[in-house]
Design a protein around this ligand. Structure first.
Ligand code: SR1
Ligand code: MG
Length: 411
């Protein structure tokens, strides 16, 4: 692996495409009309290239450092291979829920993939107050399909063990270990928040129960190789396309560079966290109907995950030992884990490095209360999961907290 490779630019992309004849039917390299850099993530360069026929392609290139921070934080570009391979593997069981990949360039760490410009990033859509009916159900199905297929149950022991060896992703896992499970719970230079939220960040650090449970969640994240996760399944990693009434046309999960074999509850918890963050935004903006809609998403996603996993269960390997009783136990455990991971991900997006536009684009007067609501909800959820894991009841409790601290005054 080398970190001296040529980076893509608007200038060199047409000749780069000309050297890849396998995609000449996808985009006409002799008639490129636009090259747009659209990377709004924290790590990579992303270009959308369009030709005069209106056809497009996406080129995503991993930089040898973290884009959000710059060259002072080096990072192996081999993460592009992980993303490419995971996308290919996930497509085997859930083709309709991932982008089509055209090729992977292992010398320049470039993935060429389907242009989804007719979709919107789910976070953007939720931020605008749009309702994409069916997206949560589809992501629940995606998670069930890809995690079943790559688990012992779907893959069998040999493929599962070989998969674990291939997909090992220590550098990106370390980012999650630090940013999600550690730094928000201790003083850290990378933590930041509005001065008015210092009291809330301090409350997280002083909440010894949070650190204790984060230790358990982190340990499980690092040791429990259940299935090939997406690894960073937030609403910015999902593209949605809906008709004029908001009904689903297409939903795709992308950007799986954090993928590795980890605990099944982790991907589910990431989704729940981002729904609760979106709920805090909708509440801050007094969008009652939108908040009602978002409040239904955690339960909808879980129900879809559970129904699809149950439907796949009869196809599992080794039915004598992997019994129906085991399935019930695992589903309960995964829901419990998912709520814990949601709490971790809610906290990190408010206090730690790499925040979300849902909260960051609010005016400070609204942001203070929204941030407070997310943090207090996380503290509640980490405790509540030991008492009741029903998602609709959890969401009601989250909503009550977010409502109560909405104005950020007198709290
Ligand atoms: C330094 S990378 C920061 C974050 O960006 C990604 O979206 C992951 O969530 C990661 O934690
Ligand atoms: Mg990402």
């Amino acid at each position: 692996m080398s970190d001296s490779y040529e980076f893509l630019t608007a200038h060199n992309i047409p000749s780069y495409l000309a050297s890849h004849t396998e995609i000449s039917s996808i985009v006409d390299h002799t008639a490129i009309t636009e090259v747009k850099e659209v990377g709004d993530g924290n790590l990579n360069l992303v270009f959308i290239v369009t030709d005069k026929h209106g056809k497009g392609i996406v080129l995503k290139q991993a930089l040898p450092y973290v884009r959000l921070v710059g060259p002072s934080w080096p990072m192996s570009p081999d993460r592009a291979r992980i993303e490419y391979e995971t996308n290919v593997i996930h497509a085997q069981s859930a083709k309709q829920f991932v982008p089509e990949i055209y090729f992977y360039d292992s010398e320049r760490y470039i993935i060429a993939m389907e242009d989804l410009s007719d979709h919107k990033v789910w976070r953007t859509s939720l931020n605008l107050g749009e309702q994409n009916h069916g997206a949560a159900k589809s992501i629940g199905e995606y998670v069930a399909r890809v995690l079943f297929a790559t688990s012992i149950f779907g893959a069998g022991a040999d493929a599962h063990y070989k998969g674990i060896a291939r997909a090992i992703n220590p550098e990106l896992c370390l980012i999650t270990e630090n940013l999600v499970f550690t730094e928000p719970y201790f003083p850290s230079d990378r933590n930041s928040y509005l001065p008015e939220n210092e009291i809330d960040a301090k409350a997280i650090i002083e909440d010894s129960r949070m650190a204790l449970e984060m230790g358990e969640l982190k340990y499980k994240f690092m040791t429990c190789a259940e299935a090939l996760l997406h690894g960073d399944l937030h609403s910015g990693s999902v593209m949605v396309k809906s008709d004029a009434k908001g009904n689903e046309i297409s939903t795709r999960a992308f950007d799986s560079e954090f993928s590795f074999y980890g605990p099944i509850g982790f991907d589910l918890g990431a989704c729940f966290a981002n729904f609760y963050i979106a709920l805090a935004r909708a509440t801050a903006l007094r969008r009652k109907d939108h908040a009602d809609f978002i409040a239904g998403l955690p339960g909808e996603l879980w129900d879809s995950f559970e129904a699809n996993f149950r439907a796949l269960w009869p196809t599992r390997v080794d039915k004598r030992v992997f019994s129906d009783v085991l399935l019930e136990k695992l589903l309960s455990q995964w829901k419990f884990d998912a709520i814990g991971y949601a709490a971790a991900k809610m906290t990190r997006r408010i206090v730690g490095l790499a925040k979300t536009s849902d909260i960051e684009t609010l005016e400070p007067a609204e942001r203070i209360g929204a941030a407070r609501g997310v943090l207090r909800s996380a503290q509640m959820a980490i405790r509540e999961r030991h008492i009741n894991t029903d998602l609709n009841s959890l969401t009601l409790k989250v909503r009550k907290i977010i409502d109560e601290v909405r104005t950020g005054e007198g709290n």
